[in-house]
Design a protein around this ligand. Structure first.
Ligand code: 13P
Length: 249
């Protein structure tokens, strides 16, 4: 069965709630596409107004992070039940910015992955190498490690529903998209890694996105690759251009 494409916006720390409502009103008609899953991953405080204004559209709403405990004395954190209670379906986990600035590790990502599945939230687990790692020729070793630790104790049935976003750090926010060949090569390597952890059926089902300076020009060729099932889009998801990216064909 062909995998359904998934194009997600990652707003990062942008858009106040009132700006968010305006943006979604503008984007709603532009991102209409029944053939693609469209997800807006937004700051926690924007989740409720975005869900409200996105009602009746094809937009699904995701969070940008979540904690791995159920509840309690964890000041500043958001629990999985808080997300599902308002209708959140996806959560970005292990974004390189969280790994770099907020001490996220593959071990904490793994705990969050398990918690997300427990609550029926689909994780979009990010992985990706630095420029230094690419130049050292250890890209695939590094990413296989991130994937293997991230998926520890995740069952094959759960893994089949997951999304992995391959985001080379050097391509994020730099305007420097990986070449189609580079992106396809790593996404194929990730699928191979999933086949080794689980089996061919799980590898065939899991969806793998590319992220890193995706724009309306680069999306069509990237999303046409055999192992690239859509994109995780930062900067361009805050603009009308996101409509063109969703409707890349
Ligand atoms: P840009 O599309 O702005 O490069 O961001 C990519 C990203 O980090 C999405 O998670």
């Amino acid at each position: 069965m062909a995998r359904r494409k998934i194009v997600a916006g990652n707003w990062k720390m942008n858009m106040t709630p009132s700006e968010a409502v305006k943006l979604v009103e503008t984007l709603k008609p532009l991102v209409a596409n029944d053939d693609v899953d469209v997800v807006f991953c937004v700051p926690a405080i924007d989740i409720i107004p975005v869900i409200e204004v996105a009602k009746g559209s094809n937009i699904q709403v995701g969070a940008e992070n979540m904690y791995f405990e159920e509840k309690g004395a964890y000041t500043g954190e958001i629990s999985p039940a808080m997300l599902t209670d308002v209708g959140v379906k996806y959560v970005v986990l292990g974004h390189s910015e969280r790994r770099e600035y907020f001490a996220e590790t593959s071990e904490t990502v793994n705990k969050k992955m398990l918690k997300a599945f427990e609550h029926g939230i689909t994780p979009i687990m990010c992985c990706g190498e630095s420029l230094e790692q690419r130049e050292q020729g250890i890209t695939m070793d590094w990413i296989r490690q991130q994937v293997k630790v991230g998926f520890l104790n995740v069952t094959a049935e759960q893994a089949k529903t997951a999304v992995i976003a391959y985001e080379p750090i050097w391509a994020i926010g730099t305007g420097k998209t990986a070449t189609t060949e580079q992106a396809q090569e790593v996404c194929a390597g990730i699928r191979q890694c999933i086949a080794e952890i689980y089996d061919d059926a799980t590898a065939a089902a899991i969806r793998i996105q590319y992220g890193g300076s995706v724009n309306a020009k680069t999306a069509p060729e990237l999303f046409a690759q055999a192992d690239i099932d859509g994109g995780l889009v930062g900067g361009a998801s805050l603009k009308e251009e996101f409509g063109q990216i969703v409707n890349y064909k």
